[in-house]
Design a protein around this ligand. Structure first.
Ligand code: FAD
Length: 407
């Protein structure tokens, strides 16, 4: 077993790391303390530099302007970028756009690709993904209330969605709605592309999370689609294929999120170690820092072990998926249990590591003077979105309890 990285991978990761240090970390203070739209022009300029450096959209094929990295290579890049809350956004691989790009590449018609995918992949526009509804359980989307009813050669869409991330400023939404309520549960819904200037679309509000509504890319909106008339050409993929496509979209997204969370762990760990080593707490002895206290030492050792273990679990899962896909099978389907395990396990490791780093920083850790407060508040959702912990645990356990021959 060889855990070393090829020299090519090491060199690539070093380029991302260097770029982060030079261009991204210096922007974090403004990002944490100013409204998103105020700093968007600066972010745009950095995105252009990323493109010129050939580091743009590492996850998508070269023909769409990306780097075309395989999943296990992109996982390593995602870890590096995750160390800054701006990383994925500035390098064109942020959720939900990355997922929408992937779906459009796989299922978009030639016209949808030119109209929506091309500008999205080039970073000229943003998009959002509207599946969850306030009135129905997001963890069981077969109960969706949104309806797209056939009308002539098109559809009429009525839907009330929320937690539509990045809707504020998005050019289009990918929407899940039921097209055939009588079909089998997983064949009821379809996906549609709705431009946000389409009649009937309305962004109701940005939902305050822990008291802050925010704006632009890092916000989450409540949106309504009222009697939206859509042509057939706005359907993404076949009618009734909404759930299958959503599953495809979530698979790679979970690896990317998990490695981004490992990146957050690394940043929090590094900040925790720095703070513990420099914060003097003794009355007279200048060498008496927080790091001299055994309880803090234990947190540091435990966090290191937890991060290393979580990281290996995600990388092995990404590697397994790549291996399975090389045989022509569906890697995400076959590695279903592994994907569920990393989704809940890594989210919990991340939140624990960030919480300890906040604790070591004392009051400072709660302020916008530290990136930790952003991680602490914005990443709590990790245990809820893309399947709550409990759903992944139940789903993994069900398969683990099956006789081996049926897995
Ligand atoms: C930060 C953030 C960003 C998001 N972005 C998007 C987005 O861009 N687009 C989008 O469509 N949605 C988005 N969501 C919504 C997200 O997908 C849903 O919140 C999620 O699917 C859970 O649905 P729910 O909130 O309706 O919770 P519910 O389905 O009501 O579940 C509530 C709780 O019940 C428990 N539970 C549920 N099912 C089971 C079960 N089978 N067994 C045991 N316990 C169970 C879990 O603890 C769960 O947290 C986002 C959410 C967050 C927090």
């Amino acid at each position: 077993m060889d855990f070393s990285l090829s020299s090519e991978t090491q060199a690539r990761l070093a380029r991302f790391t260097e770029f982060l240090h030079k261009e991204v970390y210096p922007l974090e203070d403004a990002f944490l303390n100013q409204p998103f739209f105020a700093i968007e022009p600066t972010l745009r300029a950095v995105r252009t530099k990323v493109q010129k450096a050939g580091l743009w959209a590492p996850q998508i094929p070269r023909e769409w302007g990306g780097m075309g990295l395989p999943l296990s290579e992109f996982a390593l890049v995602s870890e590096v970028l995750g160390q800054s809350p701006l990383g994925h956004y500035l390098f064109g691989c942020q959720a939900p756009d990355a997922g929408n790009m992937e779906v459009l590449i796989r299922h978009g018609s030639p016209d949808q690709k030119e109209r929506f995918l091309r500008p999205l992949a080039l970073g000229e526009i943003r998009s959002c993904f509207a599946m969850t509804e306030p009135e129905t359980p997001g963890s069981n989307p077969t109960r969706l209330a949104a309806r797209a009813v056939r009308d002539g050669d098109g559809y009429v869409l009525d839907a009330h969605k929320w937690f539509t991330s990045g809707a504020d400023g998005a050019a289009f939404a990918v929407v899940m709605a039921v097209t055939d309520p009588k079909a089998a549960p997983h064949q009821r819904a379809s996906m549609f592309i709705v431009p946000t200037d389409h009649p009937g679309y309305r962004r109701v509000r940005n939902i305050p999370l822990f008291g802050h509504a925010g704006e632009g890319y890092p916000s989450h909106s409540e949106v309504r689609f009222t009697a939206c008339r859509l042509p057939q050409s706005s359907r993404l993929g076949p009618e009734g294929a909404g759930f299958a496509i959503a599953q495809e979209r979530l698979g790679p997204g979970r690896i990317q999120h998990c490695m981004r969370w490992i990146g957050i762990c690394e940043r929090a760990f590094q900040l925790m170690v720095e703070r513990a080593s420099t914060r003097q707490i003794g009355s007279t002895d200048e060498t008496e820092t927080l790091a001299s206290k055994q309880i803090i030492q234990a947190w540091i050792a435990e966090a290191r072990a937890e991060i290393e273990a979580a990281r290996l679990l995600v990388l092995r899962t990404a590697w397994r998926i790549d291996q399975i896909e090389h045989t022509g099978r569906d890697g995400f389907y076959d590695a279903h249990v592994d994907v569920s395990l990393i989704k809940f396990h890594v989210a919990n490791v991340m939140l624990k590591v960030v919480d300890r780093a906040v604790q070591v920083h004392g009051a400072l850790g709660l302020t916008s003077d530290s990136v930790l407060s952003f991680f602490y508040s914005h990443e709590r959702g990790a245990r809820i979105y893309d399947g709550p912990d409990e759903v992944h645990k139940v789903s993994a356990a069900r398969r683990l309890l099956r006789p081996k021959s049926k897995n």
